[in-house]
Design a protein around this ligand. Structure first.
Ligand code: GTP
Ligand code: K
Ligand code: MG
Length: 428
């Protein structure tokens, strides 16, 4: 096994930079730099020197001994001054040492997975945590990273193993008198797991939104003040505004943290009948993106004239409230009136939606959960035909168990790993 190293902290100027080494030579390579033997675990302040004795930097050297480390291997961390030059010179020294090489993206985590330090869902949770920008994303990632999906999968797996073994006991004693009918217990175990699987699979759609962001589209007539409103919400001039109707044509996207939720606001072309070819392309795009969005803000007196269907949770606000006598239900991107109210309204609607999910977060999870569920549905159907078909029911249960094992990465995921780890940054 190669010993790998990489900069674990971000590139660029910082107080401290962390270079991590993992593998059989991690401790000796660090000791070569410090010129002294390091303890198998612990930390020491040391001066780092190059092979010719020239001084590189002072730093804190941490050592972890296998298997009690992030990767499960011997690990050393060099915490040096966070300058580009200091990092470069130390990395250069490491790359010249025999048996050491630069890590590939995600390679530390990949080793942690291979050494059983985390399961595949935790790897995904770690990737999400590193990408997390908002509170909702952080919390969701922490749940997965803590291994809660793996724990659930293990519980389902135990229940299904028990159910399958009950059936197998009946099969094994086929010629003798079996004292009890096992069907009720098997049925209870299987239906219990199926309910959990279904609830988790249904929650994935919302969890995906928390990972990738909710889309909220602003729609209205031309000149309603959509772009002005977007700019007010974003706190910067993201879109061009003007007194000419038909200013916005492309969809303008602004990513925001809205009360802890990741939201992408969409400013769209004003919706009207027009002969202008390019404006029409914009209007077509506006309608499509608005229909696909998670929520729509109708900036208009009359939502029905826009040709975009308004769903029950969608929000209507009256434009340019500063020009109105009655400001009730109105908003003004110009004066800021009603903006806080709109933000609260959006985050309330999305907040309610985002609490109604379970632990599974990805399409990959949903597929595995549904696969398991399909096999269990077949198992239940076969079970009703009586003991003659118990072996088929047990086989369906084992198929479901294998789907759950794929969920946590215990089996059949080799082809997935490259894809998952390529999304990791270097040094993780
Ligand atoms: N008084 C007042 N004027 C506004 C308000 N919002 C926008 N305006 C003005 O209305 C005009 C149109 O504003 P935009 O933000 O470009 O409107 P839009 O809906 O994006 O227009 P299109 O992109 O052309 O569909 C500009 O002259 C703005 O200054 C508002 O709340 N109050
Ligand atoms: K305009
Ligand atoms: Mg506009």
């Amino acid at each position: 096994m190669d010993t790998i190293f990489a900069l674990a902290s971000a590139q660029g100027k910082a107080g401290v930079a962390v270079i991590r080494l993992s593998g059989p030579l991690a401790h000796s390579a660090a000791a070569n730099l410090t010129g002294s033997v390091l303890p198998p675990r612990g930390m020491r302040v040391r001066t780092l020197h190059a092979g010719d004795g020239s001084r590189l930097d002072d730093g804190l050297v941490l050592t972890f001994r296998a298997p009690a480390s992030f990767t499960g291997e011997d690990v050393a961390e060099l915490q040096i001054h966070g300058s580009t030059a200091a990092v470069n010179v130390v990395m250069q020294c490491l790359s010249e040492a025999d048996g050491l090489r630069l890590a590939e993206p995600g390679e530390f985590t990949r080793r942690a997975l291979e050494n059983g330090k985390m399961d595949l869902t935790q790897v995904e949770g770690l990737a999400d945590l590193i990408d997390a920008e908002t509170e909702a994303q952080r919390k969701q990632a922490q749940t997965i990273l803590a291994g809660e999906l793996g724990t659930l999968a293990e519980r389902w797996r135990r229940d299904l193993i028990r159910a399958a073994s009950l059936l197998e006991a009946v099969i094994d004693f086929a010629d003798e008198e079996v004292p009890t009918d096992v069907t009720p217990e098997v049925r209870d175990l299987v239906t219990g797991v199926m309910q959990d699987l279904q609830r988790e699979a249904e929650g994935v759609q919302i969890a995906e939104r928390i990972r990738t962001g909710f889309e909220v589209a602003i729609v209205g007539l031309p000149n309603a003040g959509k772009s002005t409103l977007l700019n007010a919400l974003a706190g910067r001039k993201a879109a061009i505004t003007s007194e000419y109707a038909g200013t916005t044509r492309d969809v303008i996207e602004v990513r925001m943290d809205l009360a802890g939720l990741p939201v992408t606001l969409l400013d769209t072309a004003g919706l009207r009948e027009t002969e202008d070819y390019v404006e029409n392309l914009g209007i077509e795009l506006a309608r499509k993106r608005a229909e696909d969005a998670d929520l729509r803000v109708f900036l208009t007196e009359n939502p029905s004239e826009l040709g975009v269907s308004m769903l029950s949770e969608d929000i209507q606000v009256l434009p340019k409230s500063d020009l109105r006598e009655d400001t009730e239900g109105g908003i003004s991107g110009k004066t800021g009136q009603g903006i806080d109210h709109l933000i609260n309204h959006i985050s309330r609607v999305l907040g309610v939606r985002s609490t109604s999910h379970g632990i599974a977060t990805r399409e990959r999870h949903r597929v595995a959960l549904n696969n398991a569920n399909t096999s269990l549905a077949s198992a239940l159907a076969v079970l009703e035909s009586g003991p003659d078909l118990y072996d088929i029911a047990a086989e369906e249960m084992r198929t479901a168990i294998r789907a759950l094992e794929a969920l946590v990465g215990r089996i059949g995921v080799e082809d997935l790993l490259d894809e998952i780890f390529s999304s990791f940054c270097l040094g993780k």
